[in-house]
Design a protein around this ligand. Structure first.
Ligand SMILES: Nc1ncnc2c1ncn2[C@@H]1O[C@H](COP(=O)(O)OP(=O)(O)OP(=O)(O)O)[C@@H](O)[C@H]1O
Length: 331
């Protein structure tokens, strides 16, 4: 790994697609938008950059892409320091930030032709083939002759992705790619993201939707108020939180009494189902309470247990456990 390696040394073979150290941005008005961010994005991952609106995601992405200068700290993309290595690195990075800039009066295909023509490294003789492949990649071939203004929001996003995919990329950076889309449009973008990852492209996407991150990402980082709260694999982040204990029984009153005796808190009864927070010891070396003991106690008291277990913990549980707050989002 690159731990302890100085940030200004080139490391072409880096296993990290994105790495930041103490990345900080304070805007002119004094707003501290990103505060000492240490981000580690493994190559080959689909990395979810999660946080409520205003938590600093777009600011971070704009620093990664060299669009704005950090106040302090450093960022590397594909092993090279940004913004110093922009010219070498950015051709390998496709980005979709705050929606694509499209000409409504041009067809989808002609929009891509314009994007391709704006790239001085793109050979005009192979332009038509590149544009055709990119349209095909995002499933817009059939709609390619339509004017872009007649596209749905989801189609516009896909056209933006096609523009980002005109050249072979190692890394894709997508800022809220499903924002504002209907469920069908969201599904299409998620499927595309998975396919691109299967092709070996590292995908870094920001989102304020926990659900989305769980469905599509292998790794995630959680931001709140400009600070990184946690990062790791999605499985580990969810596993770090214990799910709620759930008991199904017709004898709810007796069951609730026993569960209370065993220290289960926050009990909720809905029909024949009871859920609650199983007790955890705060002593570091203490044995965790064996849930089988609670089950045995229920049965011994004559409670007819039809179901007993812990609900799967979600990333949302992890977020709540980490911040002590709900994941309050707009839209
Ligand atoms: N150009 C700017 N000048 C001053 N403050 C800014 C600027 N851009 C963003 N901010 C502030 O910085 C903070 C982080 O904003 P940022 O857009 O990075 O968050 P975000 O997580 O991407 O949220 P959203 O999803 O709403 O875009 C916010 O408080 C925002 O108001």
């Amino acid at each position: 790994m690159t731990k302890g390696e100085p940030v200004d040394e080139p490391s072409a073979g880096s296993t990290l697609a994105v790495e930041t150290r103490g990345l900080t941005k304070r805007y002119r008005g004094g707003q501290l938008a990103v505060d000492g961010l240490d981000l580690l994005v493994p190559r080959g991952s689909v990395f979810g950059f999660l946080g409520p609106n205003g938590s600093g995601k777009t600011t971070t992405i704009r620093m990664l892409m060299g669009l704005i200068e950090p106040t302090s700290g450093a960022a590397r993309l594909l092993g090279a320091a940004m913004p110093a290595a922009s010219r070498q690195v950015l051709p390998k990075v496709g980005a979709l930030i705050e929606g694509p800039a499209l000409y409504g009066f041009l067809s989808g295909r002609d929009n891509l032709v314009r994007y391709d023509a704006a790239d001085p490294t793109a050979d005009p003789r192979t332009r038509a083939a590149r544009v055709g492949t990119a349209l095909d990649r995002v499933g817009l071939t059939a709609a390619s002759a339509k004017k872009a203004r007649a596209y749905s929001l989801g189609m516009k996003q896909r056209l933006g992705l096609a523009a980002a995919l005109l050249q072979p990329r190692e890394l894709l950076i997508l800022d809220e790619p499903t924002n504002g889309l209907d469920p069908q449009g969201m599904r299409e973008i998620r499927t595309l993201v998975r396919e691109l990852a299967d092709d070996g492209i590292t995908v870094f996407l920001s989102s304020h939707l926990l659900d989305e991150i769980e469905q599509v990402c292998t790794h995630a980082a959680v931001m709140a108020q400009g600070r990184l709260i946690t990062q790791g694999t999605v499985a580990d982040l969810a596993a770090g939180t214990r799910g709620r204990l759930a008991v199904t029984t017709p004898d709810t009153a007796d069951a609730v009494r026993i569960l209370k005796e065993y220290g289960v808190t926050d009990l909720v009864v809905a029909g024949d189902r009871i859920t609650g927070e199983a007790p955890t010891s705060h002593l570091p070396d203490a044995e965790p309470l064996d849930l089988a003991e609670i089950n045995a106690a229920l049965v011994q008291t004559g409670v007819r247990v039809r179901g007993f277990g812990t609900e799967r913990a979600s990333l949302e549980d992890a977020f709540v456990a980490l911040t002590g707050e709900g994941f309050d989002v707009v839209g």
